[in-house]
Design a protein around this ligand. Structure first.
Ligand code: GTB
Length: 215
């Protein structure tokens, strides 16, 4: 069955791979599943055809036969459940890998999103300058905790899993802030994720769409 995802017609990041279709592309590449991409404009995202797939009018979405999904957590989880390569077979190890997916999305990503909002949406607010150190310190708290847990290991819990895919995808967004580099093992962890052939293929595919000279 053909898998079709949606992605920005032109990502505002100009191909840095920060939009969330990259993590879905990466999961599909890890699972060895071919996929098609339907590019959507910001306007099309808010129109009925796309809202029928995604109630919040966002990308990415995922269609496979009569299944339509939104939310990258659900999409990557679906891919990991149905195709080999992203979750261990052992029941408990599988549950722990899924736990890391939730931890990435529910515990680590929110303060990172807060920083994006502070930098993009709130930069002109008079209170922004005073608030920024608090936002950054909340990220540092989480980074320190993940760093301590990761220690000298390559991945969060044994072999690479969908938990690492999600955690690396979330941490990647910190690159421009310099915060990641304060935790050497986390910077190396993210680099290990980016060095995976499946990530490189996913990144290249989104870059082909989004690089400033494209289209
Ligand atoms: N919780 C949802 C999920 O995980 O799928 C969040 C989906 C989401 O935020 N989608 C964004 C979107 O469609 C694109 S990824 N935004 C349009 C809208 O809401 O109208 C977020 C994103 C956008 C741009 C950059 N960037 O340019 O650096 C990075 C990340």
């Amino acid at each position: 069955m053909t898998i079709t995802i949606t992605a920005f017609e032109k990502s505002p990041d100009g191909g840095k791979g920060l939009a969330r279709d990259t993590r879905v592309r990466w999961a599909l590449e890890e699972a060895g599943q071919p996929y098609e991409v339907r590019l959507v404009s910001f306007r099309a995202m808010k129109e009925p055809a796309h809202l029928a797939l995604h109630p919040f009018g966002q990308i990415p979405t995922y269609e496979e036969g009569d299944l339509a999904l939104f939310e990258t957590g659900a999409i990557v989880f679906h891919i990991a459940q149905h195709y080999a390569g992203l979750l261990p077979d052992d029941t408990n190890a599988r549950a722990r890998a899924i736990t890391w997916m939730f931890a990435a999305l529910n515990t680590v990503e929110p303060p990172i999103l807060d920083l994006s909002n502070a930098n993009i949406l709130e930069s002109d607010k008079p209170w922004n300058r005073e608030r920024l150190p608090l936002v950054e310190d909340r990220i540092r708290d989480r980074l320190k905790q993940v760093s301590v847990r990761l220690g000298g290991n390559d991945w969060l819990d044994g072999g690479f899993s969908a938990g690492d895919l999600m955690m690396v995808s979330v941490l990647l967004r910190l690159r421009a802030s310099g915060l990641l580099e304060e935790y050497r093992n986390l910077a190396a962890y993210v680099a290990r994720g980016e060095a995976r052939p499946a990530y490189k293929r996913a990144f290249a595919a989104q870059l082909a769409v989004n690089k400033p000279s494209a289209g």
